[in-house]
Design a protein around this ligand. Structure first.
Ligand code: GAL
Length: 421
């Protein structure tokens, strides 16, 4: 292998699996009117007509809403249903949670392929392992919950041993977001907004975040993030859906085949903080450059797998660009990062992103104590997360791409989850 030099996206070996790696300008993947702040964003698409044709939804895209209980503080929670083509996604305003995502398998059998809870109480509980949630302000860990920015030290509350995880004890996953439907006839779409005040969970600056979920007719769920601040801060937003392409509650994901377009990953210490090293995956259980069953090497006696109790690491994606944030100048490129395939159901998930990193977490801490949407108990590796991100602990790692955001800049990030069967 030619070391860590990324192959051009046109090179047939760039994604050595079933499909060639794709890359296309961001703007091409977003329908007109979905970009936040676009004057073209239309009013609600509230087509709630009955489905036509055997569970397949070939009619217009629809974005509909229903009440869904209350948050612990009494704030009403809504559940939105985004329906288009053969895909139906249910989104809660609590945590911006993707509660269910239904798509057909190779035989046309429609099933929910993400883990979740039947009610808000599950998501509000401390036992919630971030099922389907939006994560902020900082996805993954910050060592010791502290960092320095412009000569100031900031101490965040700790919620994962000695570290701060996923934005702290009251992260964006535990907030009620304001929802606005922004779809049209072709796209089911929902915009979620949250204003996080200066000092929230110890982070500086008022952070205004907008996340748009859109579902197109090609069974693609696009997640577009934007954020701005009134003081220098750090930001790393992601989405924490747990996938099981065989269907929620159907058992482990060990037989799923995963391909990650990454020549390197970031090894961690025993508290899952990156050591700072960018290590080659070559010759390790972390080499997913060819499609490999997740269970094939998960029991290899490898120190990194021991630390994570399985896979729980950040892969350094091979990118044509440098992965640095381009902001609002439109130059960020969506590039294919990973492909997940379940041979049994025939479903394939392709993840494309503008981000430089991907956290592959094999559901190691699911321990048989949670009951999911379908009524069955979740055990270890009953789902996996593919979290597109900047690298963990970047505020303390000068060698990693920067996560700083300053007043006047716009944080932008896009990830596309495409389902095929
Ligand atoms: C992942 C993280 C894991 C674990 C999980 C939630 O994103 O990498 O270590 O904390 O979230 O249980």
């Amino acid at each position: 292998m030619p070391g860590r030099v990324p192959l051009p996206s046109s090179h047939p070996a760039a994604m050595a699996g079933r499909r060639r790696r794709r890359s296309w300008p961001l703007v091409a993947a977003l329908s007109t009117g979905l970009l936040v702040g676009s004057a073209a964003a239309p009013a609600a698409a509230t087509d709630d007509r009955p489905d036509r044709g055997g569970g397949h939804h070939r009619g217009q895209a629809s974005t509909t809403v229903e009440p869904f209980g209350t948050a612990p503080d009494g704030t009403p929670v809504e559940r939105w249903t985004l329906r288009n083509g053969d895909m139906t996604v249910r989104v809660l305003t609590y945590g911006g949670v993707i509660q269910t995502l239904e798509v057909p398998d190779a035989h046309g059998q429609v099933e929910n392929v993400v883990l979740g809870f039947p009610d808000v109480a599950g998501y509000a509980s401390d036992a919630d392992p971030y099922f389907g949630s939006l994560i902020g302000r900082y996805g993954n860990r910050i060592a010791g919950g502290e960092f320095e920015l412009d000569g100031e030290r900031y101490q965040l509350p700790l919620n994962d041993g000695p570290n701060t995880l996923h934005g702290g004890p009251e992260g964006f996953d535990d907030r009620v977001w304001t929802a606005t439907p922004v779809g049209d006839r072709r796209t089911a779409a929902l915009q979620l907004q949250l204003v996080s005040p200066d000092g929230d969970q110890g982070f500086p600056g008022t952070l205004t975040t907008t996340v748009t979920y859109s579902v197109d007719r090609q069974e693609r769920l696009t997640v577009h993030y934007e954020a701005s601040t009134d003081a220098p801060t750090v930001v790393n937003l992601t989405q924490h859906t747990y996938w099981n392409l065989g269907g929620e509650g159907s058992g482990t994901i060990y037989d799923h085949e995963l391909e990650i377009d990454a020549d390197a990953y970031t090894p961690v210490d025993e508290t899952l903080i990156p050591t700072g090293e960018i290590a080659p995956v070559e010759g390790t259980p972390f080499d997913f450059r060819d499609p490999t069953a997740i269970g094939a090497r998960i029991r290899v006696a490898d120190q990194q797998l021991l630390y994570g109790q399985g896979y729980d690491h950040n892969w350094v994606l091979n990118r044509d660009d440098d992965g640095a944030r381009e902001g609002s100048d439109g130059e960020d490129e969506l590039e294919e990062a990973a492909e997940l395939h379940d041979p049994e159901s025939g479903r394939t998930l392709t993840v494309s992103t503008t981000e430089p990193g991907l956290q592959f977490y094999s559901g190691n801490f699911l321990d048989g104590t949670l009951v999911g949407t379908g009524g069955s108990v979740y055990r270890q590796s009953d789902g996996l997360a593919l979290e597109t991100q900047h690298f963990p602990d970047s505020p303390n790692q000068p060698g990693f791409p920067s996560t700083e955001l300053r007043p006047g800049e716009v944080y932008e990030s896009t990830t596309v989850f495409e389902l095929d069967n």
